[in-house]
Design a protein around this ligand. Sequence first.
Ligand SMILES: [Zn+2]
Length: 194
Amino acid sequence: MKIINLAIIVFIFLGCVSVFPADSTDTEQEETAGCLSHGDGRITIIYPQDINLKKLEARLRSRYFSVSAAEKDLFTNAKYSIEDRILARLEAILLRVEQMLAMYPDHMEIKLRIFRTRQELSEEYSRQFGVSENYKSFYIHPLGTIYSSMQDITDSVISHEMAHAVIDNYFRVMPPDKTAELLATYVDSHLERE
Ligand SMILES: [Zn+2]
Protein backbone atom coordinates (compact mmCIF):
# COMPACT_ATOMS: atom_id res chain seq x y z
CA MET A 1 0.00 0.00 0.00
CA LYS A 2 1.37 3.40 -0.80
CA ILE A 3 0.05 6.87 -0.68
CA ILE A 4 1.62 9.54 -2.82
CA ASN A 5 -1.12 12.11 -3.17
CA LEU A 6 -1.01 14.07 0.01
CA ALA A 7 -2.52 17.49 -0.08
CA ILE A 8 -2.10 18.45 3.53
CA ILE A 9 -0.47 16.38 6.16
CA VAL A 10 -1.53 16.83 9.72
CA PHE A 11 1.04 14.83 11.49
CA ILE A 12 0.12 13.81 14.97
CA PHE A 13 1.82 10.78 16.37
CA LEU A 14 -0.60 8.60 18.20
CA GLY A 15 0.71 7.60 21.57
CA CYS A 16 4.06 9.10 20.66
CA VAL A 17 3.53 12.82 20.50
CA SER A 18 6.80 14.20 19.28
CA VAL A 19 8.24 16.97 21.36
CA PHE A 20 11.02 19.05 19.91
CA PRO A 21 12.39 21.52 22.44
CA ALA A 22 13.92 24.65 20.91
CA ASP A 23 17.44 23.52 21.76
CA SER A 24 17.01 19.90 20.72
CA THR A 25 19.71 18.40 18.61
CA ASP A 26 19.63 15.24 16.56
CA THR A 27 20.98 12.39 18.55
CA GLU A 28 21.17 8.80 17.53
CA GLN A 29 18.79 7.73 20.23
CA GLU A 30 16.25 10.38 20.96
CA GLU A 31 13.48 9.90 23.44
CA THR A 32 10.22 11.66 22.74
CA ALA A 33 7.08 11.35 24.84
CA GLY A 34 6.52 7.61 24.97
CA CYS A 35 8.61 6.92 21.88
CA LEU A 36 12.19 6.06 21.12
CA SER A 37 14.02 6.40 17.87
CA HIS A 38 17.13 4.66 16.76
CA GLY A 39 18.84 5.09 13.44
CA ASP A 40 21.97 5.27 11.36
CA GLY A 41 20.84 7.78 8.75
CA ARG A 42 19.61 5.38 6.10
CA ILE A 43 17.06 3.68 8.33
CA THR A 44 15.51 5.00 11.52
CA ILE A 45 13.06 3.07 13.65
CA ILE A 46 10.59 4.94 15.82
CA TYR A 47 8.69 2.86 18.34
CA PRO A 48 6.80 3.05 21.63
CA GLN A 49 9.23 2.38 24.45
CA ASP A 50 7.08 -0.37 25.93
CA ILE A 51 7.12 -2.72 22.93
CA ASN A 52 8.91 -6.04 23.11
CA LEU A 53 12.07 -5.65 21.02
CA LYS A 54 12.84 -9.37 21.15
CA LYS A 55 9.48 -10.07 19.56
CA LEU A 56 10.14 -7.39 16.95
CA GLU A 57 13.53 -8.90 16.19
CA ALA A 58 12.04 -12.38 15.78
CA ARG A 59 9.30 -11.09 13.50
CA LEU A 60 11.91 -9.48 11.25
CA ARG A 61 13.78 -12.76 10.96
CA SER A 62 11.07 -15.05 9.67
CA ARG A 63 12.40 -15.20 6.10
CA TYR A 64 15.70 -16.57 4.98
CA PHE A 65 17.84 -15.11 2.24
CA SER A 66 21.58 -15.29 1.92
CA VAL A 67 23.66 -12.39 3.13
CA SER A 68 27.37 -11.87 3.61
CA ALA A 69 28.99 -13.21 6.78
CA ALA A 70 29.69 -9.64 7.90
CA GLU A 71 26.05 -8.61 7.47
CA LYS A 72 24.85 -11.70 9.26
CA ASP A 73 27.16 -11.04 12.19
CA LEU A 74 25.69 -7.55 12.57
CA PHE A 75 22.15 -8.82 13.02
CA THR A 76 22.85 -12.04 14.92
CA ASN A 77 25.79 -11.37 17.22
CA ALA A 78 24.70 -10.86 20.83
CA LYS A 79 27.59 -8.48 21.43
CA TYR A 80 25.59 -5.79 19.62
CA SER A 81 22.59 -4.14 21.26
CA ILE A 82 19.21 -5.41 20.18
CA GLU A 83 18.40 -2.01 18.64
CA ASP A 84 21.53 -2.25 16.49
CA ARG A 85 20.76 -5.84 15.52
CA ILE A 86 17.25 -4.86 14.44
CA LEU A 87 18.66 -1.96 12.43
CA ALA A 88 21.22 -4.26 10.79
CA ARG A 89 18.51 -6.75 9.89
CA LEU A 90 16.42 -3.96 8.34
CA GLU A 91 19.49 -2.79 6.44
CA ALA A 92 20.01 -6.37 5.12
CA ILE A 93 16.37 -6.51 3.99
CA LEU A 94 16.73 -3.14 2.26
CA LEU A 95 19.87 -4.30 0.44
CA ARG A 96 18.11 -7.45 -0.67
CA VAL A 97 15.16 -5.40 -1.96
CA GLU A 98 17.52 -3.10 -3.89
CA GLN A 99 19.32 -6.10 -5.38
CA MET A 100 16.09 -7.74 -6.47
CA LEU A 101 14.85 -4.56 -8.13
CA ALA A 102 18.34 -3.62 -9.39
CA MET A 103 17.54 -0.10 -8.22
CA TYR A 104 19.91 1.78 -5.94
CA PRO A 105 18.49 5.23 -5.20
CA ASP A 106 20.90 7.93 -4.03
CA HIS A 107 20.50 9.40 -0.58
CA MET A 108 17.50 7.38 0.42
CA GLU A 109 16.42 7.65 4.03
CA ILE A 110 13.62 5.52 5.41
CA LYS A 111 11.82 5.91 8.69
CA LEU A 112 9.95 2.97 10.10
CA ARG A 113 7.26 3.95 12.55
CA ILE A 114 5.89 1.10 14.61
CA PHE A 115 2.61 1.18 16.52
CA ARG A 116 1.48 -1.30 19.13
CA THR A 117 -1.63 -2.56 17.36
CA ARG A 118 -3.35 -2.41 14.00
CA GLN A 119 -6.04 -0.35 15.71
CA GLU A 120 -3.47 2.32 16.63
CA LEU A 121 -2.07 2.18 13.10
CA SER A 122 -5.55 2.65 11.61
CA GLU A 123 -6.15 5.60 13.92
CA GLU A 124 -2.93 7.15 12.66
CA TYR A 125 -4.08 6.56 9.08
CA SER A 126 -7.41 8.29 9.67
CA ARG A 127 -5.69 11.18 11.43
CA GLN A 128 -3.57 11.71 8.34
CA PHE A 129 -6.09 11.01 5.60
CA GLY A 130 -9.47 11.48 7.21
CA VAL A 131 -10.69 8.06 6.08
CA SER A 132 -10.76 4.69 7.76
CA GLU A 133 -8.74 1.83 6.32
CA ASN A 134 -7.54 -1.40 7.78
CA TYR A 135 -4.02 -1.85 6.46
CA LYS A 136 -1.23 -3.92 7.97
CA SER A 137 1.25 -1.33 6.79
CA PHE A 138 1.62 1.59 4.44
CA TYR A 139 4.32 3.84 3.02
CA ILE A 140 4.02 7.61 2.64
CA HIS A 141 6.58 8.80 0.13
CA PRO A 142 6.61 12.54 0.96
CA LEU A 143 7.41 11.59 4.55
CA GLY A 144 9.78 8.76 3.61
CA THR A 145 8.03 6.73 6.26
CA ILE A 146 6.82 3.16 6.48
CA TYR A 147 4.10 2.53 9.07
CA SER A 148 3.22 -0.79 10.63
CA SER A 149 2.32 -2.27 13.99
CA MET A 150 3.58 -4.99 16.29
CA GLN A 151 0.48 -6.96 15.41
CA ASP A 152 1.37 -7.34 11.75
CA ILE A 153 4.99 -6.42 11.21
CA THR A 154 7.17 -9.10 9.60
CA ASP A 155 10.11 -9.04 7.25
CA SER A 156 7.66 -9.82 4.41
CA VAL A 157 5.55 -6.75 5.19
CA ILE A 158 8.65 -4.60 5.53
CA SER A 159 10.25 -5.85 2.31
CA HIS A 160 7.04 -4.97 0.45
CA GLU A 161 6.96 -1.43 1.84
CA MET A 162 10.71 -1.00 1.34
CA ALA A 163 10.19 -1.95 -2.31
CA HIS A 164 7.71 0.94 -2.58
CA ALA A 165 10.25 3.25 -0.97
CA VAL A 166 13.03 2.13 -3.34
CA ILE A 167 10.78 2.44 -6.41
CA ASP A 168 9.49 5.88 -5.42
CA ASN A 169 12.99 7.13 -4.67
CA TYR A 170 14.48 5.66 -7.83
CA PHE A 171 12.24 6.98 -10.57
CA ARG A 172 12.05 10.63 -11.52
CA VAL A 173 8.70 9.96 -13.09
CA MET A 174 6.63 7.73 -10.84
CA PRO A 175 5.54 4.45 -12.40
CA PRO A 176 1.79 3.75 -12.36
CA ASP A 177 0.53 2.56 -8.96
CA LYS A 178 -0.36 -0.79 -10.49
CA THR A 179 3.19 -1.32 -11.75
CA ALA A 180 4.70 -0.33 -8.40
CA GLU A 181 2.31 -2.70 -6.64
CA LEU A 182 3.27 -5.58 -8.95
CA LEU A 183 6.97 -4.99 -8.30
CA ALA A 184 6.53 -4.67 -4.53
CA THR A 185 4.45 -7.85 -4.42
CA TYR A 186 7.07 -9.65 -6.49
CA VAL A 187 9.80 -8.61 -4.06
CA ASP A 188 8.05 -9.79 -0.93
CA SER A 189 7.01 -13.12 -2.47
CA HIS A 190 10.45 -13.89 -3.92
CA LEU A 191 12.69 -12.71 -1.08
CA GLU A 192 14.38 -16.10 -0.73
CA ARG A 193 15.08 -16.78 -4.37
CA GLU A 194 18.28 -15.83 -6.07
ZN1 LIG B 1 1.93 -2.23 -1.89
